[in-house]
Design a protein around this ligand. Structure first.
Ligand SMILES: *Cc1c(COP(=O)(O)O)cnc(C)c1O
Length: 444
């Protein structure tokens, strides 16, 4: 396919909106998804531009209506497709990056340096240099980071704008693997031990640095407000300590991302409006004590893109075993790893199909017993060649995809508000597997 090839699929936008709500049994859905599969192949990531625009608009509105000085940074690791990042930039988001690679992408998406925050618990020297050269906020996670940033800025003849990643010691209750704010996690400088305070103290004595803020990120897929409230309380107390004891005021306080989306049918969870309302009184009293109001920064990833994405896949075979029916599809954990990595739940639908259902396991292509995308799901009778659809796949889907088993990375298409479907990433050709490989000439 030529890059950016776009076809019109009449009714596509509206149909995707309904598919996100799980309404896919009708013939329109059947036609749309079989059309997309024919045109672009499977497995295929499909993103709905309007949903992405709606999510950033809603998130900003929820906070901007209560916090005059809020800044929303999109966490690129949720989905770093250039087209997706551009949509969020035009929706008013800044960028939160966790690697030199994401920093490069953010620059390609034309974020200015001061719109970018670089966070990582383990920064390589080239990444620190790149962040300073770009003029990004460098979010430091250790005393070694701090020394390295000061040295690098001096060497580059620049001033590094810095903040510190703080570990507030709060457990927001989410999956262990994505629970980052607890005391045991590898992230951040701890408030409790006094290390966080000492880091700011030390930073003030080092050259070439401008201390701009404090940041934390307590985890991902957090469904209730309590952890954020406690975190905000502790972070504001740290800021008060910095003001009182070091006479230090900060430009921003960053409370991170982690806002959950519902994955299960009918799941009721915290909304951005709930979170904004819950934070307001904590913020109000914290700021009153401080005597100045820092900017409030937030770093949502999943919330902005998760609900906008779909993974479309085709059934290769249906097999009845003595214990269950297995539906083998052409996607696997190479395309969508969260079910296998975290036991994450995704809804699965058979677009355009209705009728009596029975329980099946949806199994991936990868040669590992664990490659099950969904187990024990009630689905209509499926045959070889049928399509299956996973909604809510816009975050941590493609961005965590791999070439394991030499499965090519899937294509991605963007459905525009005028029903055009545009390729935003071509399916990986097989030659790509060899492109950077070299075999020594004397190897027999
Ligand atoms: C992953 C991450 C985010 C985004 O998390 P979501 O759960 O996708 O909102 C924000 N900030 C940092 C530092 C992260 O590592």
């Amino acid at each position: 396919l030529p890059a950016g090839a776009a076809d019109v699929f009449p009714g596509a936008r509206e149909c995707l909106g309904r598919a996100g709500r799980g309404e896919v049994a009708g013939p329109e859905a059947g036609n749309l998804f079989s059309g997309l599969a024919r045109r672009f192949g499977t497995p295929l990531y499909i993103y709905d531009e309007e949903t992405i625009r709606g999510q950033i608009r809603r998130f900003r509105q929820a906070f901007e209506s209560l916090f005059p000085r809020v800044r929303v940074l999109y966490a690129l690791k949720a989905n770093a497709s250039l087209a997706v990042v551009r949509i969020l930039k035009s929706g008013g988001a800044r960028a939160e990056v966790v690697s030199g690679g994401e920093l490069y992408l953010a620059r390609q998406a034309e974020f200015s340096g001061d719109q970018i925050m670089f966070t990582s618990s383990s920064k390589s020297p080239w990444e620190i240099d790149a962040a300073i050269r770009a003029g990004a906020v460098l979010n430091l996670d250790s005393f070694d980071d701090l020394e390295a940033a000061s040295e690098a800025a001096g060497r580059l003849g620049a001033r590094a704008t810095i903040s510190f990643r703080i570990n507030p010691g709060v457990d927001p209750t989410t999956l262990h693997q994505i629970n980052t704010g607890i005391t045991e996690s590898k992230f951040g400088l701890h408030i409790a031990s006094g290390i966080a305070f000492s880091a700011f103290e030390r930073a003030r004595r080092l050259p070439n640095l401008e201390i701009a803020g404090a940041q934390c990120h307590i985890g991902s897929q957090i469904a209730s407000t309590a952890g954020y409230e406690e975190t905000a309380r502790r972070m504001l107390a740290l800021l008060l300590d910095l003001r009182d004891k070091l006479d230090l005021t900060l430009r921003f306080l960053d409370l991170g991302g982690g806002i959950a989306i519902p994955y299960r049918p009918g799941e009721r969870i915290m909304t951005p409006e709930d979170l904004a309302r819950a934070l307001l009184p904590v913020w109000g009293s914290g700021v009153a004590a401080l005597g100045y109001e820092p900017e409030l920064w937030l770093e949502p990833g999943r919330f902005l893109v998760g609900p906008a994405g779909f993974l479309l896949m085709r059934v290769n075979s249906v097999k009845v075993t003595p214990v269950k029916t297995i539906v083998n599809v052409d996607a696997g954990f190479n395309d969508l790893i969260r079910p296998v990595l975290y036991g994450a739940y995704y809804r699965v639908f058979a677009p355009g199909k209705s009728g009596p259902t029975s329980s099946v396991d949806v199994a991936g292509v990868i040669c590992e017993t664990g490659d099950i995308l969904a187990s024990d799901r009630m689905l209509p009778r499926l045959c070889r060649g049928d399509l299956l659809l996973i909604p809510d796949a816009g975050a941590y889907g493609f961005s965590m995809a791999s070439e394991y088993n030499l499965q090519p990375l899937p294509a991605e298409v963007l459905v525009r508000s005028d029903d055009r479907a545009a390729v935003i990433r071509e399916r990986e050709p097989l030659e790509e597997f060899l492109r950077r490989q070299r075999v020594p000439e004397d190897l027999l």
